[in-house]
Design a protein around this ligand. Structure first.
Ligand SMILES: [Zn+2]
Length: 97
């Protein structure tokens, strides 16, 4: 007969029970922008609720602009890396030309 190896501490017990009650949030696609959002809550991506603009998302644009800039920087870095890989090729091309 299987016997429990040792007593679980209160913390261990609470850890197990804590995860038993975690549920996935009920996500619904936003009718305005189509991104997943929680139901009965303003869409965080477009700021609309019941086809009305509740939050002015333009105020958040600074963060998005930062993200866009980071993406642009990453693309530029990739381009530089490509240029770095292309440099010997360009030299070969020059010798061929
Ligand atoms: Zn939306």
């Amino acid at each position: 007969m299987a016997v429990p190896r040792g007593k679980h501490t209160k913390g261990k017990r609470n850890d197990i029970r804590r995860n038993l009650f975690i549920k996935e949030p009920n996500l619904v696609s936003c009718p305005k922008c189509g991104k997943p959002k929680k139901s009965h809550i303003v869409c965080p991506s477009c700021g609309y609720y019941k086809n009305k603009e509740v939050i002015n998302v333009l105020e958040r644009l600074t963060k998005k602009e930062r993200k866009v800039k980071e993406k642009e920087i990453a693309i530029k870095e990739k381009g530089k890396q490509k240029e770095g890989t292309n440099k010997p090729l360009t030299l070969r091309d020059l010798s061929h030309k």
